[in-house]
Design a protein around this ligand. Sequence first.
Ligand code: M6R
Length: 610
Amino acid sequence: MCGIIGYTGSKKSLPILIEGLRTLEYRGYDSAGVTVAQDGCLVTVKSRGRLTDLEAKLSSSGELYGSAGIGHTRWATHGEPSDKNSHPHSTEHLTLVHNGIIENYAEIEEMLRGAGYDFVSETDTERGAKLVDMFFAKSNDPIDAISRAIKVIRGSYAFGIIFKGFEDTVYAIRKDSPLIVAHDGEGGFIASDIPAILKYTSSYYRLDEGIIAKVSTEKLEFFAPDGSAAEQKLETIDWDIEQAQKGGFPHFMIKEINEEPEALRKTLEPRIRNGLPHFGIEAIDGELLSQFESIHIVACGTAMHAGLIGKAIIEKLARIPVNVEIASEFRYRDPILRKRDLVILISQSGETADTLAALRHAKAQGVYTLAIVNVIGSSVAREADSVLYTWAGPEIAVASTKAYSVQCAMLYLLAVRIALAAGAIDEPRARQICDTMLSDIPTAVTEALKLDRQIYDVATKLVAAEHLFYIGRDVDFALSTEASLKLKEISYIHSEAYAAGELKHGTISLVTDGTPVIALTTVGKVCEKTVSGIREVKSRGAYVVCVCAQGLVGKYDIPCDDMIVVPEIDELLATFPAVTVLQLLAYHVSALKGLDVDKPRNLAKSVTVE
Ligand code: M6R
């Protein structure tokens, strides 16, 4: 997620921009840049890497003393992290920073090429900047130019813009990406988030979608797209900077769980075109896909657990065999790979050493590789034959949550695409699944988040446990593996995921009075069978929490002590709200134990060693 800061006022802008960007570092970034307006010019300095790289570059550039400017930290989406892809993007008439994704950037590029524009970067943002430039060149009116441009742009954006001829004013607008506007009496600010302005003021306007902010030294003004004056609501907070970076949540993990509806939307929306999955990758959208005879999904930890969900859905819809492999095993066990196999690598960071080694092994065997990765330009993304980015934004908590949800979403889309290519489902069915995914998944996950209080209450009953089991069948078993990992890694409670029917083959001897068992029942066809498993543990004294799909409640007599009802959704998609419930449960157990939720002992966010 990019970070935006802008300032115009009585002070020098550069220190304010750099300091503001530093407070936004938590959002994750791979490059940074600033533009300062001085002496009628817009001077831009930008650099791939950290803010210190930008500062090194600034120290060898001429002095930037202007009192208006914009700054940006870029989390790459279109085009690798590089100096030329960094923001601000400058044109003949303006300089612009952007957070979000312009979905129709290719169409815009075509239109602009027709009007004589050329491009220096691979970014969607440069297309957006030149679109605003084109309209501004005609009217010399910033508000008119912005209004016209946003009528053309599809996607999400928060823009900060300085126009030539209006160098002491910062303009801003947003849609589906955050942006706040503030004034401290001596100058005005725009920023992606509150920490960037907290040193100066605790009052701000959260810009409404489609409203243009005109920020000057003296005042803030707001305009509707038709140029008429608009009102915005002033808000005030009393958080410190750390609280503000976590959006007021006590930990990054709970903040990131709460970001799931938005992350899912960002992953799904751009990949569904005319009602069908569309990835913009010839190999995946075209002929090649119909030629794969079997699939290997290779990953580690949570990403591997997403692979188990992928296996279930691909095999169900496409009827193509899928093998899920732990990357550290795959790389050494000389797996059988055939020319018509597809290897899918999943990784949030794209830097996990074992996953990277597995990718290289598959490539060395001449097998087609597809990566599902969150971090743009990471090693796995660069080396795979094709890459699908999940666009969940940076995940800071070590325990992966939103990244898992979007990995599953991407695998669902892929499953629909593969099933269509294989002729296993027809177009109407594919459209119906895509439609339901888009409309229902973010909503159901939002509903699941509302169960927080009930989940907290259940968590209070688990904090003293030493051992715990998750049980389920079919997709519920796959989901159990992730739920169990989530709990153990942050709460230090030993936990195991078991296929509900397998317990009686040995492990049930561990179930005694009070042993907590979390039972998952979201799959109708095996629900009755799981209920038998629940009876077996219940009769040995287990404390049973059932996480049950709404549609199955009341259909069976489930002997449990507590029941958490997963919000209603098509059974095929129940994984999404169910995992949110399970992540919240793990979170609350850890937080109740007073543990370091975001940085559990012995763990690192990215495991770049073997
Ligand atoms: O960055 P990756 O997705 O490749 O990381 C893989 C695992 O290390 C990771 O999913 C790990 O299991 C999580 N931190 C668990 O929450």
